[in-house]
Design a protein around this ligand. Structure first.
Ligand code: ADP
Ligand code: MG
Length: 345
């Protein structure tokens, strides 16, 4: 008797879900990325019980065609890339075609959508089991709503790893914060258990940006931060954002946001460059606060390193490192001497 068999689509998706769907916050991250990729300008997130019971995300983006709805839930189904070469300069946040398939394999998912040229909306539902989707008409303006109920209802082992409602909600809020920092032009609203928690309007002016920063990171940060915007013509690199004065150093690395082409990342090269730039002005064990945006030719950075895409690989990491270091070092060196003295020195 043959011992090798193909996994059912559901099981294959559940296994893949292990990599991208860790907790409610990871569901929200994937759904937000989809909305941004769809060109949304307004995203409303509604959650119950820290997202464990319900996550509902509504956007005003381009929507999904009726004929694509069921396919959107299948694994390896994406509208964002066609061939391998597309990956070399991918501009969208998603491209793996795994999120909706993974989420729907471990939760009860409803996807409702309407495109500009459809007169009605359509809805498709998936509940883990057979992955067979049934289409029904629905009422919805242009855009998409994804509803995810009872996360891990069919995977008790994963359910056990979820923390208390408040803890899950904190993680989820952090994800929204990062997205709101990455896209000032988009409005984000968050509601938890029927209570409005976050309401961020789209902003265009410098002042409005700083108001959004203040509401996300606290007024102290922006009062003790300097704005920078530096481009290197030869390499096409641009670094902009806000860095905290040495006097605003923290005991933990809890206010460090670094975006590469709009995607939040954690990266050793970046961390090292920033730390080195601050090394003359910060005491050992203190951490700088910053919100920084690096922009570069997408072809110079590989984002397909990990399913969650939190990591990247720079094609010329030395160049990137030195640019970040030099830029920040100069900005920090230009601070008035009063500012540059660490508190308590
Ligand atoms: P990926 O984002 O990697 O393409 P997903 O599983 O997250 O894979 O989504 C599958 C597809 O469903 C996307 O490529 C996109 O075409 C469509 N889609 C998902 N969410 C939305 C949305 N909010 N608005 C419009 N299209 C969406
Ligand atoms: Mg996606």
């Amino acid at each position: 008797m043959s011992r090798i068999h193909l996994l059912s689509p559901q099981l294959a998706n559940q296994i893949a879900a292990g990599e991208v769907v860790e907790r409610p916050a990871s569901v929200v991250k994937e759904l937000l990325e989809n909305s941004l990729d769809a060109g949304a300008t307004k995203i409303d997130v509604d959650v119950e019980q820290g997202g464990i019971k319900l996550i509902r995300l509504r956007d005003d983006g381009g929507g999904i065609e009726k004929s694509d709805l069921a396919l959107a839930l299948s694994r390896h189904a994406t509208s964002k890339i066609v061939q391998l070469e597309d990956l070399e300069a991918v501009a969208s946040l998603g491209f793996r075609g795994e999120a909706l398939a993974s989420i729907s394999s471990v939760a009860r998912l409803t996807l409702t959508s309407r495109t500009e040229d459809q007169d009605a909306a359509w809805q498709v539902r998936a509940e883990g089991r057979d992955m067979e989707a049934v289409l029904e008409p629905a009422a919805h303006p242009r855009g998409t709503t994804v509803e995810v109920r009872d996360l891990f209802f069919n995977t008790p082992a994963r359910r056990k790893f979820m923390k208390k409602e408040q803890t899950e909600f904190r993680h989820l809020e952090e994800v929204i914060k990062r997205m709101a920092l990455s896209r000032f032009d988009v409005s984000f609203n968050l509601q938890h258990n029927g209570r409005r928690v976050q309401q961020l309007r789209p902003v265009d002016s410098e002042q409005a940006r700083e108001r959004r920063l203040a509401s996300l990171l606290g007024g102290n940060f922006i009062e003790q931060a300097v704005h920078l915007d530096v481009s290197a013509e030869a390499s096409g690199l641009r670094l902009w954002g806000w860095i905290g004065l040495p006097t605003y150093s923290r005991s933990q690395a809890d206010q460090q946001y670094f975006f590469v082409n709009g995607r939040i990342i954690r990266d050793k090269v970046v961390t090292h460059a920033v730390r080195q730039a601050y090394s003359d002005v910060l005491f050992h064990g203190r951490h700088p606060a910053f919100v920084l945006y690096l922009e570069l030719d997408p072809a110079l950075v590989d984002v397909n390193v990990h399913p969650t895409k939190h990591e990247v690989r720079f094609r010329e990491s030395r160049l990137v490192h030195d640019f970040i270091f030099r830029t920040l070092h100069r900005v920090i060196g230009d601070l008035r001497p009063k500012d540059a003295v660490p508190a308590g020195a």
